[in-house]
Design a protein around this ligand. Structure first.
Ligand code: ATP
Length: 476
């Protein structure tokens, strides 16, 4: 009955996101800025829910992971040690005709997999045979050239080379740089992890597909430190854990595809990498990468800082630089996947019959159209909407307001007293609110309300005293 994400039009979704306050172009009044987005009242609730669910799952419900909130701007040596100053470079090509710029490896995606010969590294350094500009079609592309994706700035008043610093392109390096301090204070033993959520910045050559590839975005990263030799089993563990988490927030298993890297696609230090891919309307694309990175990061920081990153194992009396398994996810991409997955259009009949809407077709006689965001309750920006049936009946408004004030202590709730009740339900369907409560005249006599469920549109009478428990069971 629901649309699959691949049949959702990104334009329809972007238009709903703007109209209902999920996502706006940044600085729109000045024409926007490519690759930057602002999240409105509902969008920031959605993102907050994603981050909270991740943090709960990764940090708060485990004994072996602790959190960190490190600075966005760090010592520039961090980025030399990590390899970003040298290597964080996407080779790119320019179109001489239309002056647009593209990532060389993405041109292979455009021409199709049959042209994907050679290793990933080789493919970045030459153009696919007969490559054309994806924007204007001209065969006037330059050879791939280096381009550093880090945003540069200056620390302090003088803009000179020694004051150069970078906006972090990933949150992970803050974790590696604090490994020693956290080990000393947290009383953790390997295997254990450090998690961080925060902004990252990449001067992407070609931001596109709405928020999918942005220049400013948020990451949720876990660095899980393990004993050398146990990398493969921990990598498999985290891939399975992460897939389960995606299902728990409402992305069906059928829309998720793990992509296991071939040996020739791996970074030189990595033992394994699996991307969790989601079937977006614009193709199957990465939500999260889970990489077994060996001792590369800690060893490099040990070398560049001169500080030991070794761990002393009290059980075996061995000393070693821990290896790391890194599940690294993007909040914005997950928010976009949830929106794509949730969006659907339906025709609803007067008797409550629900049909999937045919694209670009008016509803048949006796039916009307509704747009629904079918979010899982745990990610829905608003969990419960409360409606007094009539706004000019103070006794209804007062009873409804009392329920609203009680429930809002526990969940994000919405108050709406204007318009016909059907229209109020429709407004909530469109933003994905899973439950609606209507207070009517019967409430005043028997202390029951109507509880309406978004997807089935079923309504039942529930006593006010049982409401919180009933919602607790359904929202969690
Ligand atoms: P891609 O190949 O799509 O550029 P990546 O492999 O470089 O991604 P990582 O460096 O592994 O990405 O970053 C981890 C996660 O951070 C990604 O899985 C993605 O969810 C998120 N992410 C990375 N780059 C962006 C971006 N430009 N916009 C939004 N999210 C991003």
């Amino acid at each position: 009955m629901t649309n699959t994400s691949s049949s959702v039009s990104l334009e329809a979704l972007a238009s709903l996101c703007k109209r209902r306050g999920f996502i706006f172009q940044t600085s729109e009044i000045y024409g926007g800025l490519n690759g930057f987005w602002d999240y409105g009242p509902l969008g920031c609730e959605l993102k907050r829910n994603i981050k909270q669910l991740w943090w709960r799952h990764i940090v708060q419900s485990r004994d072996d992971v602790v959190g960190l909130d490190s600075a966005i701007i760090m010592h520039p040596r961090v980025w030399e040690a990590s390899g970003h100053v040298q290597g964080f470079t996407d080779p790119m090509v320019d179109c001489r005709a239309c002056k647009k710029r593209f990532r060389a490896d993405q041109l292979y995606e455009e021409v199709g997999p049959e042209h994907e010969t050679g290793s990933a590294a080789e493919r970045q350094l030459r153009l696919p045979a007969g490559a054309k500009c994806p924007a204007c079609g001209a065969q006037e592309l330059t050879e791939p050239r280096a381009f550093n994706l880090m945003f540069k700035t200056f620390v302090g008043p003088v803009e000179e080379e020694s004051a150069v610093a970078y906006l972090r392109p990933e949150t992970a390096q803050g974790i590696f740089a604090q490994f020693g301090n956290i080990l000393a204070v947290s009383r953790q033993k390997v295997p254990f992890g450090i998690a961080q959520i925060g902004k990252a910045f990449r001067n992407e050559i070609n931001p596109r597909n709405f928020t999918f590839r942005s220049r400013e975005f948020e990451q949720m990263e876990l660095e899980f430190f393990v004993k050398p030799g146990t990398d493969a089993e921990w990598h498999a563990y985290w891939v399975a854990e992460r897939l389960k988490w995606y299902e728990s927030i409402g992305l069906p298993a059928s829309s998720l595809q793990p992509y296991v890297y071939r040996k020739d696609e791996l970074a030189h230090y990595a033992g394994a990498c699996t991307d969790i891919m989601y079937a977006f309307p614009f193709g199957v694309q990465e939500l999260e990468g889970i990489a077994a990175r060996g001792a590369f990061d800690l060893s490099r920081h040990q070398e560049f800082s001169g500080k030991s990153m070794e761990y002393f194992d009290p059980d075996t009396q061995e000393k070693f630089v821990p290896h790391v398994v890194e599940p690294s996810a993007g909040v914005d991409r997950i928010a976009l996947a949830l929106l794509c997955n949730a969006y659907r259009e339906e025709w609803i009949g007067k008797d409550g019959q629900i049909l999937p809407a045919e694209p670009n077709t008016p509803p048949p006689e006796g039916f009307e159209m509704r747009t629904v965001l079918g979010f899982a309750p745990c990610v829905a920006p608003i969990k419960v909407a409360v409606f007094p049936l009539l706004k000019n009946k103070p006794e209804l408004v007062q009873a409804a307001r009392q329920i609203f004030e009680t429930l809002r202590r526990r969940w994000m709730c919405f108050w709406d007293q204007t318009g016909a009740i059907g229209r109020r339900y429709r407004r909530q369907d469109e933003i994905g609110t899973p439950f609606g409560i209507t207070v009517d005249f019967q409430t005043l006599s028997d202390q029951t309300v109507t509880l309406r469920e978004r997807d089935s549109m079923r309504q039942e009478r529930v006593s006010v005293g049982r409401l919180r428990e009933e919602l607790e069971n359904r929202i969690g």
